[in-house]
Design a protein around this ligand. Structure first.
Ligand code: TIU
Length: 221
């Protein structure tokens, strides 16, 4: 067993069952004019993690371990967009409205694409998801079973929304979940910090947390 030096304690792992899940690193959250910005957020905050996330992805690829990407998006006819999600708040543009990167959060539009710096390579699976968690309404669970994955490292945005939701879903389904603390970000720095604490408190009630350096040290050991 290899070990990642993590909080609240070491994360032992079998490389044969370990994978990286990169959540929603899409133009719609990371660039001006997308979904994140329409909600009133400063998207520049999120861009700071692009280099570390790229390092993490490169480390998994170099170790021959799977990288799975997710994208939050909806069908063009909005049939998978419940009113409870669509009508929330007072965004400047709602999901499905035309924006500078195409229709907001709609599959096939430019804004839904993963940012070019973190582009998936051939053979990597991309899960399109209508919710915040990657398990809901997708074949993510089947993909993990098919690949024999049992332990998941998580990166991506935003920490307390789609990343934390997916980690909780994973934990409930019996997966070990570890958050890469410098490859995830929130529009609200205090929420990122709180999410890390919520995940690792109470003896790792949801999972573990570790820096990209610590994760890559373990992969390279
Ligand atoms: N608004 C926000 O912080 N996040 C989302 O709406 N989706 C994701 O986290 N991907």
């Amino acid at each position: 067993m290899a070990v990642i030096k993590a909080d609240p304690f070491d994360f032992p792992f079998d490389p044969a069952t370990l994978g990286l899940v990169v959540i929603d690193m899409q133009r719609d959250f990371m660039e001006p004019g997308g979904f994140g910005a329409t909600l009133g957020n400063d998207v520049s905050l999120l861009r700071a993690i692009i280099p570390t996330t790229a390092q993490l992805i490169a480390g998994f690829r170099a170790a021959g371990l799977p990288v799975i990407h997710t994208r939050e998006c909806h069908k063009p006819d909005l049939s998978d967009l419940p009113p409870a999600k669509c009508n929330r708040g007072a965004p400047s543009l709602r999901i499905g409205d035309p924006g500078p990167m195409g229709r907001i959060l709609i599959a096939g539009e430019p804004g839904v694409e993963i940012i070019p710096e973190l582009c998936p390579i051939a053979g990597e699976i991309v899960i399109d998801k209508p919710g915040k968690g990657a398990f809901y309404g997708t074949d993510f669970g089947a993909v993990l079973r098919d690949k024999g994955l049992k332990q998941l490292v998580f990166a991506g945005v935003t920490t307390e929304v789609c990343v934390q939701t997916t980690m909780r879903e994973a934990n409930d389904r019996g997966y070990d979940a570890l958050l890469a603390t410098d490859a995830t970000e929130s529009y609200f720095p205090q929420f990122k910090q709180a999410a890390i604490e919520m995940i690792t408190a109470q003896g790792g009630i949801v999972g573990w947390a570790a820096s990209t350096t610590k994760i890559l040290e373990a992969l390279n050991a």
